[in-house]
Design a protein around this ligand. Structure first.
Ligand SMILES: NC(=O)c1ccc[n+]([C@@H]2O[C@H](COP(=O)([O-])OP(=O)(O)OC[C@H]3O[C@@H](n4cnc5c(N)ncnc54)[C@H](O)[C@@H]3O)[C@@H](O)[C@H]2O)c1
Length: 356
């Protein structure tokens, strides 16, 4: 198994690449002693991914599945409760395993359900979307939403392994592909200048994704290794997300066809670079180069339906702020990022005005 090994997260392995699924048999058998398994999937991964997974599960361990509705609305307490009920009906014990087969939503819900059932049982992440493979399936954060507050309830809990096999991506819709690619560019910008160079030319495509997967995951996993419980440095992963979340929230409220998370984060990265430039922390040439690349491969900035005042209000809700001071994670050069950067509201407002 060791030759397929890529990274560790809190002592647990991450396996990624062509045929990673073939490691499951060995991974799930000895020394583990799982007596049964529950596979959590959503409507789409039930249809497209479960048939593939089934071929790789060891026949010695019985399994059942739970299918939830696809989409963010499943990150709810009522869905968790239905899964806990199912686990109880199956008489699942601490010797058993939950397998999360899906995108970020399945990994987030499943990680939380496993971390809390019987005060914590083992779970395995098998991400099936780009977002899941490069971000949500790694790093041990899980959670659900509370009303419109994203990820308000959750925990840190690490899977016994994360197994990323690009075979699943064949059925991932293009829009979801693009969504995940925003996080790929973000990882490069905060931690890997060479990766950014490659992405600048080729983009993040179905053709090059598998060959870049280790580098992309490496950025997040190195950050998580240094700061697993987000005491400080891990906040760099929020680059693009302070402004991005504000745009996403405003768009959800006002646009008839809301922007995707990926589009909002791409715009967030462009605008946050402008903010960093305006406070003297980023060279104009880097800022301009990033904008060109992100606009070419992801999206242009389109924030005409909301005012700078509205966006600033959303920014003030951001969890990184403290005592009314707005703090952001901002890149200082390509591949290097600062966190807890205090940004005056006036700079944010004037920067946003210049994008309208
Ligand atoms: N915990 C973390 O560290 C972390 C990090 C980033 C994002 N997230 C969370 O991840 C979620 C977004 O993840 P996402 O973009 O993967 O969304 P998602 O899980 O909703 O998946 C997107 C869509 O693609 C479908 N899909 C997934 N894999 C497929 C496949 N192989 N074939 C066909 N369809 C497939 C899903 O059913 C869904 O309709 C958000 O809730 C976000 O908060 C968590």
């Amino acid at each position: 198994m060791s030759n397929e090994f890529s990274f560790m997260q809190q002592g647990f392995p991450v396996f990624s690449g062509e045929n990673a699924l073939s490691l499951l048999e060995e991974l799930l058998n000895a020394p583990n002693d799982f007596s049964k398994m529950l596979v959590l999937c959503d409507d789409n991964t039930y249809e497209h991914c479960l048939p593939i997974l089934k071929r790789h599960l060891p026949s010695s361990i019985p399994f059942d599945f739970f299918k939830m509705k696809s989409g963010e609305s499943s990150k709810s307490l009522s869905v968790c409760e239905s899964i806990w009920q199912k686990m109880t009906a199956m008489m699942m014990s601490r010797n058993d395993l939950l397998i999360n087969l899906g995108g970020g939503v399945v990994c987030d819900v499943g990680g939380f359900v496993a971390a809390t059932y019987l005060r914590g049982i083992s779970f395995l992440n098998i991400p099936t979307s780009v977002m899941g493979m490069v971000d949500a399936g790694l790093g041990g954060k899980n959670g659900i939403d509370l009303n419109h507050h994203k990820n308000r309830i959750g925990s840190f809990a690490f899977p016994i392994a994360t197994v990323c096999d690009p075979v699943f991506l064949k059925t991932l819709p293009d829009a979801e592909w693009k969504n995940g690619c925003a996080e790929v560019f973000k990882h490069a910008l905060i931690g890997d200048a060479r990766l950014f160079e490659t992405l600048s030319v080729d983009g993040c495509t179905r053709a090059n994704f598998t060959s870049l997967l280790h580098s992309i995951q490496g950025v997040k996993l190195k950050v998580v290794e240094d700061d697993p419980f987000e005491d400080g440095f891990r906040k760099v992963l929020n680059f693009g997300h302070t402004v991005g979340h504000a745009i996403e929230s405003a768009s959800l409220k006002k646009d008839s066809l809301p922007l995707s998370h990926g589009e909002a984060v791409a715009m967030g990265m462009i605008i946050e670079n402008e903010i960093m430039f305006n406070i003297g922390g980023l060279d104009a040439s880097i800022k301009n180069n990033c904008r060109e690349v992100l606009e070419k491969h992801l999206t242009e900035v389109k924030i005409t339906s909301y005012t700078d005042v509205e966006l600033l209000e959303w920014i003030q809700y951001d969890k990184k702020n403290a005592n009314g001071i707005i703090r952001m994670s901002l890149i200082t050069s390509i591949g290097s990022c600062s966190w807890n950067v205090e940004v005056p509201q006036e700079i944010i407002r004037t920067t946003l005005q210049n994008f309208r």
